[in-house]
Design a protein. Structure first.
Lengths: 330, 516
């Protein structure tokens, strides 16, 4: 069987005919395999969902217990139709996985989802999975993206907090993954006092703690008086009147995009922190080199840069031009 | 250079002036000589280095990065120095002292420059690379004026801003004697001729306040709408300074040539054609040009109208009463017909003066100045001796079109407002205002924006055209850069017209008719 008969893009997302399932579909389908809990990959309303236990828990927190007709936690290789499917850690966020599809006849395909190879205390580390076809994101698929050591970025945040001790520091971070990672980075840097979190982060933070990730003392940033200099909130909160309770805050944002000044300016950010849960350019190119697949498929992001690199390396590559995935999920 | 790179980055993203001052002061306090002096000079534009061209930098990349990947990257990043800083392939990140980078950029010959720059980039991490490339291309763009730099210096030690301004132009990078003085050492001697002297400023006043004073104790003159300057000829050294102590001599060679006197004069820089004094818009065309073409010198000749004398023929007049300084000026020869004395106004009562103010003889007059006859010349803004009584601002009723979130104390509030006027049956944006309202009004405006948002673009929202704002402004210039063709000076929101229907807002033609 040819590779594109095993997996190909459809309007609903990547579809696997021999297994009759979609991976990270953007529309309701009968059977969905889901790489991780970010809203653009994990949607509600599917007939049956298979994902890691943690991703299923996260979906239940976000969408309610009845987010799908039937659920099944991924645990070891599973037969689905004429394929064998397995889930492997992706290093992106809690519960994130790559999905390996081995058809009974034909090449093995690994759909990496969103993945990251920087050490991340809130996620199991990325595991290289040998394959014939590697399906990768290219969110940061340009050679300008070399994400710095996150500890160094955290040091910049702490330096600003020391330089402006009277000003609360409000850092925008996606509610799932980035927020908890930021908290863990602050803890690792020695900040052991209370950190304030926006109400939208509460349940996801509680879940991380329940999963054994000790986030330390957290206080709600919903009261009129917030007793912490560091406040973490989802980006959407910065457009709301919620911000108005803080006096002369330093507004920061934690994202890989902050490496580029124009992007930071567009956000109106005073303290850009380059902290990303995605592979940067050295990591994506290193991963492809290591796996040495026969072919690379690129799902979304800056595919032109990565396509060019593959061309120079002599690796066959093609863009899937999947729509519906955001640069970085909100 | 690591600390310098961090400083540049923080300054670039920090909008608030006080926060910028604090960042700079902390840097200067923590950084040794001579690096802090070079950093200061780089920020104030006083560091003269070999200018590295974009062509040279592109040439470096051609050898190192695939052309297509470079083009994609540059397209995404949008800034050449930043693209190169991010793309450069080196894992080293030595903390190279800033003076080494400065030495490289001032001493390397043209032929050796590309290799020297590449070798330096190899030693640096990404943020230092960007700082180095910004230094090399002479393009800091961090929104820090030389005046603010001197304010940060003044916060570090005993000398105040005025004292630092007075010696600033005699100093050269890396300013070690200046830092020595700030740390409690001796004051550096005036190393240069024609130093800047702190300017005396006035405070606003109105008719009710004036009634408390005896008009006989005061003189009055027109307030000319140009640029306040200090013009000096010190034994042949000629300088023109703005009132904040920036040396603007290079932009006004015609006036410099006309400073045929011996002294330091305080006055207004104006574009003058014979007896006519041109409006501010004409002067603006001459500002900020490093080189002035012949045509511009002919069509927009600079002149000066003198208000006061600080030094005249070797004598410091600043401690004398104004009446005596004025007597010296009345008898003085300024040595050029580009320079004359600002005439005094004839008035006996405040109401006389009010009548003059209400009907000035030229559009370039923006009110009257009122000065105590016995006032000494004191740098800074002392309360009492000098008043400005500006003409009433122009106002238009405009419609709120867009709002942008503010920073710092206004975080979370929509506080920057773009407003428009009718042009036919369309509303066209004519300007932006972000002050003039009270905190309570800001909350009301913020609520209005949130409840009437049509579209969002990042931190900007377009709002339904429903609210009329009375916008006050000082003047208008024709502008090719604004879509409406006009640019307002000092626009601010003077009233929120919750009561007024949008259909009754003003038309662009009304505004255009105001252009003098």
């Amino acid at each position: 069987m040819r590779a594109d008969q095993i997996l190909h893009p459809t309007p609903a997302g990547l579809y696997c005919p021999p297994g009759d399932f979609h991976i990270d579909p953007i529309r309701p389908v009968s059977r969905a395999l889901i790489t991780h809990g970010h809203g653009d990959h994990a949607r509600s309303g599917h007939g049956a969902v298979m994902a890691t236990r943690q991703t299923l828990d996260i979906m239940a927190i976000r969408y309610g217990e009845d987010f799908a007709g039937k659920i099944q936690a991924a645990d070891g290789p599973v037969r689905i139709g004429d394929t064998t499917v397995s889930f492997h850690p992706a290093g992106h966020i809690l519960g994130s996985a790559q999905i390996a599809v081995q058809p009974d006849a034909g090449p093995k395909i690994v759909v990496s989802g969103d993945y990251c190879r920087h050490p991340n205390p809130v996620s199991a580390p990325y595991e290289p999975v040998p394959c014939d076809i590697f399906v990768t994101e290219a969110t940061f698929g340009l050679p300008v993206f070399k994400h710095p050591d996150p500890a160094q970025e955290m040091a910049r945040l702490l330096a600003s907090m020391a330089e402006f001790p009277e000003r609360p520091h409000l850092i925008g971070a996606y509610a799932l993954g980035k927020a908890q990672r930021l908290i863990m980075l602050a803890r690792a840097a020695g900040l052991d006092g209370p950190i304030a979190i926006h109400g939208a982060l509460q349940r996801l933070c509680d879940y991380h703690v329940a999963q054994g990730i000790d986030l330390g003392p957290l206080v709600p940033a919903t009261a009129d008086k917030v007793d912490a200099q560091l406040v973490i909130a989802p980006p959407s909160a910065f457009a709301s009147a919620w911000v108005q309770r803080f006096r002369d805050p330093v507004i920061g944002f934690a994202s890989g995009w902050m490496a580029v000044r124009a992007r930071a300016r567009q956000r109106g950010v005073e303290l850009p922190l380059v902290i990303s849960d995605h592979v940067d350019w050295p990591q994506v190119t290193q991963t492809i080199t290591e796996l040495a697949p026969q072919e690379v498929w690129i799902t979304h992001g800056a595919e032109d840069g990565l396509l060019r690199w593959c061309e120079i390396q002599g690796i066959p590559a093609r863009p899937l031009r999947l729509v519906g995935y955001e640069d970085e999920p909100e | 250079m690591r600390a310098f790179a961090t400083l540049l980055e923080r300054l670039a993203f920090t909008p608030a002036r006080n926060a910028k001052l604090r960042l700079l002061r902390h840097y200067l306090e923590a950084t040794p000589d001579p690096d802090r002096g070079f950093a200061l000079a780089a920020l104030t534009g006083d560091l003269k280095l070999r200018t590295v061209t974009p062509g040279l930098l592109r040439g470096l990349m051609v050898e190192r990065v695939d052309g297509q990947l470079f083009a994609l990257s540059y397209d995404f990043v949008g800034d050449l120095a930043e693209t190169i800083a991010l793309l450069w392939n080196s894992d080293r990140d030595q903390d190279v002292p800033l003076h080494q980078a400065v030495a490289l950029l001032s001493e390397t010959g043209k032929a050796g420059l590309p290799a020297a720059i590449a070798a330096m980039l190899d030693r640096l991490g990404p943020s230092q690379r960007l700082a180095f490339l910004k230094l090399a291309t002479g393009n800091m763009r961090v929104g820090l004026s030389a005046r603010m730099a001197r304010m940060a210096l003044a916060e570090m030690g005993a000398p105040d801003v005025a004292a630092i301004e007075e010696i600033w132009h005699g100093l050269t990078p890396p300013y070690e004697p200046l830092f020595h003085w700030i740390a409690g050492g001796t004051r550096p001697e005036h190393a240069a001729k024609a130093p800047f002297r702190p300017v005396m400023l006035s405070t606003p006043v109105d008719l009710d306040q004036l009634r408390a004073f005896d008009p006989a104790d005061y003189v009055a003159e027109w307030k000319w709408d140009g640029i306040r300057v200090q013009a000096i000829n010190d034994a042949g050294t000629r300088r023109l300074y703005s009132r904040t102590g920036e040396d603007i001599s290079d932009s006004f060679p015609d006036l410099i040539e006309a400073l045929n006197f011996d002294g330091a004069l305080d006055g207004e820089l104006l574009v003058r054609r014979g007896d006519d004094v041109a409006v501010f818009g004409d002067l603006q065309k001459r500002l900020g040009r490093k080189q002035v073409g012949r045509g511009m010198l002919d069509s927009h000749p600079a002149g000066m109208r003198v208000y006061d004398a600080m030094i005249w023929q070797g004598r410091d007049l600043r401690d004398l009463p104004l009446a005596e300084r004025r007597a010296v000026l009345e008898g003085a020869d300024f040595g050029s017909d580009r320079i004359d004395l600002s005439p005094l106004l004839d008035f006996a009562t405040w109401d006389d003066l009010a009548a003059l103010r209400a009907d000035p003889p030229a559009p370039v007059i923006e009110g009257v100045m009122i000065k105590r006859r016995d006032s000494a010349y004191v740098g800074g803004r002392p309360r009492g001796p000098w008043f400005k009584w500006k003409r009433d601002p122009h106002v238009v009723d405009a419609v709120l079109l867009y709002a942008q979130r503010g920073h710092g104390k206004r975080s979370g509030f929509y506080s920057d407002f773009t407003f428009g006027l009718w042009d036919g049956n369309q509303l066209v944006p004519v300007g932006k205002a972000y002050f003039g309202f009270t905190d309570e009004e800001l909350r009301e405006l913020d609520r209005f924006v949130r409840n009437n948002t049509v579209e969002r673009f990042g931190p900007v929202r377009s709002v339904a055209p429903k609210l009329v704002l009375e916008v006050a402004f000082e003047g208008l210039n024709a502008s090719g850069r604004h879509k409406s063709g006009v640019a307002m000076r000092f626009p601010r929101i003077s009233r929120i017209r919750w009561d007024k229907p949008v259909s009754e807002a003003d038309h662009l033609s009304t505004l255009k008719a105001m252009i003098a």
